[in-house]
Design a protein around this ligand. Structure first.
Ligand SMILES: Nc1nc2c(ncn2[C@@H]2O[C@H](COP(=O)(O)OP(=O)(O)OP(=O)(O)O)[C@@H](O)[C@H]2O)c(=O)[nH]1
Ligand SMILES: [Mg+2]
Length: 441
């Protein structure tokens, strides 16, 4: 995500590495670099100007704190300003009425229909809501069918009405939801250009008829600055309540996400990070800032881990770790849990420092090999790796299609790990460690 911006900013921070303190001289070049990074990420020039004014005055006015280095201090300043630029704290949905109405609007192809379905899925899963999707794009052929297919895949009903009159469809949908007990209605509308007067009037009228709790404009992060201008015009006509920025999984430069709030005053509420319907994330400005600054997104990582790991199994494992009873059975279980989180590379991307090491390629194959080796062990061998002698190793190697040296290496690393765990255990007993280093709660 925003790799180019990340790279350029980290170059800026490097300029201050090893410097005794921030001075007007050494900070000027770093500031210039930050500015260039933002401009080349297609951030609106007015946004860049104000951002730079703030960062500059803070950086030059900053007292030198003893415990941190100037580059860390500078990163902190840029980080704080980025968070501010991205909207400060997260902004949830404000769904007061019953049924609550969410109106999706935006330019063609920005991702409205996909986001409508993603939101329905999200509301159902996270808040136990009972959503109704409304296919109110009567212009594009197959638009209705597209939503019907998406709705079906997440088991959410889709209201299509007479498929002709977008006002009637919208009104009837709300009545239908009231009758059927759907507590949130998500209305998908046609894509339109802000200069298409007739189409802008149509969406104004739909908004008027349905009185939405949220009017969410969907912005394609891969598009350029003109999207932000369109956003300003949509907001002027409709008074939107927030944005959903899509396609952050692609190689977007960042300009749209970084300019939207400043230009319109409205916040980004969600981001789309893939085509699949569970690839919608609540937008957290602070986490996004950390990611942009290459500090990784530790909080998201932790949450992802928590969501995907089987807590009970991990707690059991933690207990076994404490007693240094860790076996290949546990190893196998751990591999399974890691695999549930998706590709290792996507997990690694969230770890601080890793985004900067772009040329590190995770060898996912190796995990598969390790798994094959463990699968070739007998139950007894997995539970009691001490019994694996040379002839057993040979059999395991043949069974898994790996070499003898790979098998030996795995067993060796298992033994090392066990040793390490024992040491941790001892330290902990002596009270030298406040907490066991592996916490899964
Ligand atoms: N990679 C990626 N693709 C996305 C994302 N969101 C939407 N898309 C894709 O973008 C394309 C357009 O999405 P739609 O949801 O049909 O966009 P729309 O705004 O409804 O389009 P119109 O109704 O034609 O105006 C589809 O191929 C989606 O799969 C995302 O977050 N990441
Ligand atoms: Mg659509």
């Amino acid at each position: 995500m925003f790799e180019n911006l990340q790279e350029r900013l980290s170059e800026a921070f490097k300029l201050l590495k090893g410097k005794g303190k921030i001075t007007e001289n050494n900070v000027r070049e770093a500031l210039r670099q930050v500015k260039m990074s933002l401009l080349s990420a297609d951030v609106n020039y007015k946004v860049v100007k104000e951002f730079m004014d703030k960062v500059t005055s803070k950086a030059l006015g900053e007292k030198v704190i003893k415990s941190v280095t100037p580059d860390q201090q500078f990163v902190k300043i840029v980080n704080d300003e980025l968070i501010d630029l991205l909207g400060g704290k997260e902004h949830g949905l404000d769904l007061k009425s019953r049924p609550s109405i969410i109106l999706m609007v935006g330019l063609q192809g920005s991702g409205k229909t996909t986001v409508a379905a993603k939101l329905a899925f999200w509301l159902k899963k996270k808040s136990g809501r009972n959503p109704l999707l409304v296919a109110d794009d009567i212009y594009r052929p197959a638009a209705i069918e597209q939503l019907e297919i998406l709705g079906k895949s997440i088991d959410v009903p889709v209201f299509v009405g007479d498929r002709k009159d977008s006002y009637k469809i919208a009104k009837e949908a709300v009545n239908f939801a009231t009758m059927k007990g759907n507590d949130v209605v998500i209305v998908d509308t046609a894509g339109r250009l802000q200069i298409d007067e007739e189409m802008m009037k149509e969406v104004e009228k739909i908004a008027d008829l349905t009185k939405p709790d949220e009017i969410l404009m969907v912005l394609d992060s891969m598009a350029g600055q003109d999207v932000v201008n369109a956003a300003a015009e949509f907001d002027r006509r409709l008074t939107i309540t927030g944005f959903v920025v899509t396609k952050l999984d692609g190689d977007s430069r960042g300009g749209v996400a970084l300019s939207a709030k400043y230009v319109t005053g409205k916040s980004i509420k969600f981001v789309g990070v893939g085509e699949k319907l569970d690839q919608l994330d609540v937008f957290y400005p602070d986490r996004m800032a950390s990611r942009i600054l290459g500090m990784g997104d530790v909080v998201s990582l932790v949450e992802k881990v928590q969501e995907n790991l089987d807590k009970k199994k991990m707690e059991e494992m933690e207990k076994r770790l404490r007693k240094a009873q860790f076996t290949f059975d546990d190893f196998q279980e751990q591999l399974k849990q890691v695999k549930k989180m998706g590709s290792l590379s996507s997990v690694l991307e969230m770890i601080p420092g890793v985004p900067k090491m772009k040329n590190i390629k995770v060898d996912e194959d190796q995990l598969v090999h390790v798994e094959a080796i463990i699968n070739s062990m007998t139950k007894e061998e997995r539970a009691n790796p001490g019994i694996i002698n040379f002839s057993r190793k040979k059999r395991i190697a043949a069974g898994s299609g790996r070499t003898l040296s790979e098998v030996s290496k795995l067993i060796k690393s298992y033994e090392n790990m066990k040793k390490m765990i024992k040491q941790f255990g001892k330290l902990e007993k002596r009270g030298k460690l406040g907490k066991f280093p592996f916490q899964f709660k």
